[in-house]
Design a protein around this ligand. Structure first.
Ligand code: HEM
Ligand code: HEM
Length: 183
């Protein structure tokens, strides 16, 4: 039987931090869009769409990788409910990182707004109708799911900090290998 692994692969680490950085960029792009007017402002939304769809593709790849390389064990000192909360947060992250870009994509498709992937090619629109009304409802879902994502991020970061400063275990080290490993 294979040994249970106790560290994340390089692929998992790169995908974790790349996606986390891109989620932050998504919020900054929308902030820049709201702070500007005219063509520049529309360009920020275009970048938000292209980068958001890239997050969708990376998340699907990440889920595939995660299925092929099952989770590493959480520390033994964690109580059952703590492990459940950690795992539930991770699963909900994956769900949010699919629902958020998908609702954005569906909204653009419903309104018939073309999406350019960083000016390189036209991203296909999904075959749904509904016009502006459907697009508005889908954008409400987009915003609601983003609020859910903020709650998950808060829980997740608080959890990571508790591991590091209260439990003083190696959970943060295994996601940030630059942090020295504790004995
Ligand atoms: C993980 C990926 C994404 C994240 C984290 C994200 C996040 C956000 C946030 C925080 C807002 C502002 C919501 C508000 O005003 O309360 C927003 C708005 C928006 N998003 Fe996304 N988004 C993502 C992907 C996408 C995608 C893939 C599309 C379209 C293809 C899209 C289209 C839009 C549009 C059109 C708006 C409204 C912009 C405006 O105010 O005119 N988003 N998104
Ligand atoms: C948008 C931001 C973030 C997202 C979407 C995210 C998502 C995730 C997901 C889905 C996992 C589970 C990986 C697996 O499938 O096993 C994970 C693990 C982890 N994340 Fe994040 N993360 C984010 C930001 C952060 C930040 C800012 C920190 C540090 C303060 C952090 C620390 C960790 C740690 C330590 C683990 C490992 C947990 C374990 O060992 O099981 N994450 N993250």
């Amino acid at each position: 039987m294979a040994e249970p692994r106790n560290r994340y692969s390089m692929v998992s680490l790169v995908l974790h931090w790349l996606i986390a950085a891109m989620v932050l960029a998504q919020v900054l792009l929308i902030t820049a869009h709201e702070a500007t007017d005219g063509p520049l402002s529309r360009e920020f939304v275009q970048l938000h769409k292209a980068s958001g769809l890239t997050i969708l593709v990376l998340t699907l790849a990440r889920i595939g990788w995660r299925i092929a390389n099952p989770a590493i064990n959480l520390p033994d000192h964690m109580k059952r409910w703590e492990k459940l909360l950690a795992r539930a947060t991770h699963v909900l992250f994956y769900a949010a990182l699919i629902v958020i870009p998908l609702t954005g994509w569906l909204a653009s498709s419903a309104a018939g707004r073309e999406i350019s992937w960083f000016g390189l090619f036209q991203w296909p629109l999904l075959p749904i109708g509904g016009g502006r009304d459907a697009a508005r409802d889908l954008m409400d879902l987009h915003e609601l799911a983003v609020k859910g994502l903020y709650v998950l991020i808060a829980l997740h970061v608080l959890g990571a900090l508790k591991h590091h400063f209260v439990d003083r275990d190696n959970v943060l080290h295994r996601m940030i290998p630059l942090i020295p490993r504790r004995p």
